[in-house]
Ligand binder design. Structure first.
Ligand code: GRF
Length: 207
C-alpha cells in the first residue's frame, strides 16, 4: 500500500459499500487503500467479505446501547486506526453514532454515506422516509462526519427518481447502485487532496 492513503472502513451489516470501496482501491492509480475493516457485529457480511479479500478485520463490542457506542469501544477503534497509520475513516452502514475518542481523533477525516439527499430524511430508513413523504427525487449523500446525525458538510450527492410503483426495497436498490459510485468518488477526491472544507461547504479542486 506504498504511497496510498490508508483508510479504515467501519460497517455493521451486509457491506456492499465496503466491497465497492475494496474494488475501487484495487484500480490502478486509485489514491487510497483499505488497511482494515472494523465492525460491531460478528455476523456482518462485511466481515466475511474482508476475510475473503485478505483485509485485516476486527470485531469491537460497542456495548448494549442501540445506536450509540461505549466510550471504550470508541477508544479501541481509535487505537486500531492510529496504530495502522489510518488517515481516513469511512463509515459504511455503521449503525451507531460516532462519538468520543474516535471522532476526536478523526474529526474532518471521517466520511459517511447516507441513502437520501441530505439534509432531508436524516437518520434511519432514509429511503422509506423519502417514499412516505412523496418526493419525486431522492438519492444518496457522502458527507464528512461531525458530532450531529447526518449533518456534516456534503461532498457528493447522486439523484435517483422516485417511481410511482416504488417500494422501499426497489427504491433502496436503485439508490444503492448510486451509493457504490458516490463513495469511491468521494474517497478518491479526499485521498487525492482535492477537498477543502469552508464552513458548511466543501470545495472540490478540479485541477
Ligand atoms: C447503505 O444504504 C448506506 O447508505 C447506509 O447503510 C446501508 C449500508 O449498506 N448508511 P451496505 O452494508 O453497505 O450494503
Amino acid at each position: 500500500m506504498k504511497d496510498k492513503m490508508k483508510i479504515a472502513v467501519i460497517a455493521s451489516g451486509r457491506g456492499s459499500n465496503f466491497m465497492a470501496l475494496v474494488k475501487a482501491c484495487r484500480k490502478d492509480g486509485f489514491p487510497a487503500g483499505i488497511a482494515l475493516l472494523i465492525t460491531d457485529n460478528p455476523d456482518a457480511g462485511a466481515l466475511e467479505s474482508a476475510r475473503k479479500n485478505g483485509i485485516e478485520s476486527f470485531v469491537v463490542d460497542c456495548g448494549p446501547g442501540r445506536g450509540s457506542m461505549s466510550a471504550e469501544s470508541s477508544s479501541e477503534m481509535r487505537r486500531l486506526c492510529v496504530e495502522r497509520g489510518v488517515e481516513l475513516v469511512c463509515l459504511a452502514g455503521f449503525m451507531r453514532i460516532v462519538r468520543g475518542d474516535l471522532l476526536d481523533a478523526y474529526g474532518g477525516r471521517m466520511l459517511n454515506i447516507h441513502p437520501a439527499l441530505l439534509p432531508s430524511f436524516k437518520g434511519l430508513h432514509g429511503q422509506k422516509q423519502a417514499l412516505d413523504y412523496g418526493v419525486r427525487y431522492s438519492g444518496c449523500t457522502v458527507h464528512f462526519v461531525d458530532p450531529g446525525v447526518d449533518t456534516g458538510p456534503i461532498i457528493i450527492q447522486k439523484v435517483v427518481p422516485v417511481m410511482q410503483d416504488d417500494t422501499e426495497e426497489s427504491l433502496s436498490e436503485r439508490i444503492l447502485v448510486e451509493e457504490h459510485k458516490a463513495y469511491p468518488e468521494a474517497v478518491r477526491l479526499y485521498a487525492g487532496g482535492k477537498l477543502k472544507i469552508e464552513g458548511r461547504r466543501v470545495l472540490i479542486s478540479y485541477e
